[in-house]
Design a protein around this ligand. Sequence first.
Ligand SMILES: C[S@@+](CC[C@H](N)C(=O)[O-])C[C@H]1O[C@@H](n2cnc3c(N)ncnc32)[C@H](O)[C@@H]1O
Length: 173
Amino acid sequence: MYHPSEDSFLLAQSIEDYHGTLALEIGVGSGEVLKVLCQNFRNVIGTDLDQTSLDYCRKTLPSNVALVCCDAACSLRGRFDLIASNPPYLPIHNGEELDCTIHGGKTGIETTLRFLESAKVLLAENGRMLIVASSLSDYQSLLCRINQLGFRSHVLRKQKLFFETLVILEITL
Ligand SMILES: C[S@@+](CC[C@H](N)C(=O)[O-])C[C@H]1O[C@@H](n2cnc3c(N)ncnc32)[C@H](O)[C@@H]1O
């Protein structure tokens, strides 16, 4: 299970300003972000591939959250006011053992793009997505692909750490 870190806290803080009826988090981990969504939205859905994370969230979070074990948002229907995710974004290097909680593919952006593609049909008309991105992945290509997918994006927050820069992208259709 992913241990909450600066990226989790930055996304959780960003979500504090958003309120609404229905929210989704893709890749819930230990629920640091989900906790804020549960306070600010009437109903919340969270997904993860990792059953241990989902079991932990089920025990620790309020009853307005439903947890689903699936890839990205593939098994979901509906229209969400807010879709949030802190996807695994580290590039995986040759010979390294794959860790799905942190590795986001060859350039680090592949899983993020998969999350965005699966979430596109789930976004309400005026809905917003908040996604964590990092300078450790191929950030410029990510921005380009987000455009190609038909989204608009801008940097909502930025945090410089000594080893990486984290950004929260706000994405709309
Ligand atoms: C960087 S962690 C973030 C966890 C938590 N949201 C946080 O911010 O602390 C990424 C999470 O995405 C999950 N994940 C990875 N690939 C996934 C996929 N294809 N579908 C759903 N969840 C996935 C991992 O199991 C992990 O819990």
